[in-house]
Design a protein around this ligand. Structure first.
Ligand SMILES: O=C(O)CCC(=O)C(=O)O
Ligand SMILES: [Fe+2]
Length: 352
């Protein structure tokens, strides 16, 4: 890891190239850098990831086109109309944090575009299956799938780096990644009043991500992470880099050695786009602390949890269309995930 100094802040930057093509020793160093960054900062930037900037530009351009459509048109693709959580998420659909206001953002949710005859989709899996695509926008579909495939390749490299960071074989997570539930969100934060105050509406309220880690491309600053000391710290942009933060399942796998990153987005008053790829394991993988992170001084702090059930339960707690179904009894969560878990810095610092 090298630390890049921006405005007096030492930012953790990791060259990921060795995980894509390098030798064993260089890879080991990447693993060590990841472990240090996770413990010290709770997030890091990756460079030399090999993602073609033209793919990113195309994704941004196509997202701008989509979000510029009239609301009525976008609502034809409303996420509540799909059975596998894909499509348009209007402003007000998602509520994060305890401050009781919905986020000031709209989004479009995608994931691996499985065929309509996919067996898990047909069996009613709430997250797997085909994407929803806006009519008459073939460029949108190409931009999303092109970016998804490239970003997933970097995600796989990062899974190997995280395995090394935990002292495991770099391929240890491989068997958990046969049909991951990893979602790519396109997010649009409209221009609005600049705010840093908690009582104002945030772009996205304080939360942790539910998967293993997130690979994020933001077009503007606004992201903040909660430090160990309980302070909100800005995550500035480093052009050409991606931001990686830790998710809940990695907190479990690492037995709390890596804490899920509590983060939020504040508004600087200007329009912003961001593209998180939530890197997940397969729906049915039962996640628990790896043996390497458990010993006589570190007893297991987390019970086993099915990754897809945790992800869906947390989604159901934040999306209005699913909350309504929970309240009406139409949707019943598995008993193992019915209670809201506590991940992230709030656990350590005792606040958020
Ligand atoms: O927009 C961002 O920078 C972060 C978005 C985010 O945290 C999320 O979608 O979970
Ligand atoms: Fe997030």
């Amino acid at each position: 890891m090298h630390e890049m100094n921006i405005d007096g802040q030492a930012l953790p930057v990791i060259d990921i190239a060795p995980m894509l093509s390098g030798e064993g020793d260089d890879r080991k160093r990447v693993g060590e850098a990841v472990a240090t960054a996770c413990c010290r900062h709770g997030y890091f930037y990756v460079i030399n990831h090999g993602i073609n900037p033209a793919l990113v530009e195309r994704l941004v351009e196509q997202s701008k086109r989509f979000f510029a459509l009239p609301e009525r048109e976008k609502m034809r693709y409303y996420i509540g109309l799909s059975t596998n959580h894909r499509g348009y998420v209007p402003v007000g659909e998602e509520v994060f944090g305890d401050y009781g206001k919905s986020d000031l953002k709209e989004a479009f949710d995608t994931a691996r575009d499985l065929p309509v005859e996919d067996k898990d989709y047909l069996a009613g899996n709430p997250l797997l299956g085909p994407n929803v695509w806006p009519y008459g926008m073939p460029g949108f579909r190409d931009a999303v799938t092109g970016y998804y495939d490239e970003a997933m390749r970097v995600g796989d490299a990062l899974f190997r780096a995280f395995a090394l960071a935990l002292g495991l074989d770099e391929h240890a997570f491989g068997p958990m990644l046969t049909r991951p539930t990893s979602q790519l969100r396109l997010i649009h934060y409209p221009a609005g009043p600049a705010t840093t105050a908690e009582e104002e509406q945030l772009g996205i309220g304080s939360h942790t991500d539910y998967e293993c880690f997130t690979l994020l491309y933001p077009t503007r600053p606004g992201l903040q992470v909660l430090s160990d000391a309980g302070a909100w710290v800005d995550v500035p942009l480093i052009p050409g880099s991606f931001v990686i933060n830790i998710g809940d399942m990695l907190e479990v796998l690492s037995n709390g050695r890596f804490v899920s990153t509590s983060h939020r987005v504040i508004s600087h008053g200007v329009e912003r786009f961001s593209f998180p790829l939530f890197c997940a394991v397969d729906y049915d993988v039962v996640v628990e602390p790896v043996a390497h992170c458990v010993d006589e001084n570190h007893s297991p702090r987390y019970g086993p949890v099915r990754a897809g059930e945790h992800l869906f339960a947390e989604t159901a707690r934040t999306f209005r269309y699913l909350r309504d179904r929970l309240e009406s009894g139409e949707l019943i969560l598995d008993e193992s995930v019915r209670e809201e878990p506590q991940f992230g810095r709030s656990r350590k610092a005792g606040r958020v």
